[in-house]
Design a protein around this ligand. Sequence first.
Ligand code: MG
Length: 157
Amino acid sequence: MRIGHGFDVHAFCEGSAIVLCGVEIPHSKGFKAHSDGDVALHALCDAVLGAAALGDIGKHFPDTDPQYAGIDSKILLRHVVELVAGKQLYCHNIDITIVAEQPKMQPHIETMCDCIAQVVGIDRDDVNVKATTSEKLGFTGREEGIAAYAVVLLEKK
Ligand code: MG
């Protein structure tokens, strides 16, 4: 068993929707990002790469590379899962925490978990997504952006 941790932040910009855990959520803002800005999947990619000692998302998908402009982060996650499979490492379970004042995540949590389970190729029961506010404190509290943490356990097979 190998444990990995990931963290990511994206700032808001003008827009009408954000993507979190592969799910598009209507919002009064968008994400400022080179990719689709899916902060939760970026944290998850970093957790998976970290557990496998394969560096980080910036090393594998540089934000200076035009081929990743606006890319669906599910594609990045799929690629990361394939990379660690090359080391005979497979996701055992995933736990994600999203920190945001708005929008409310609860209506989307099930869809998020289903989406991650499908992309990673594990059971729905091995994925957990939760959300919290930061009690109006800090950049998340001021609704300047969203942060996400991910923890993953990889199993060697
Ligand atoms: Mg990111």
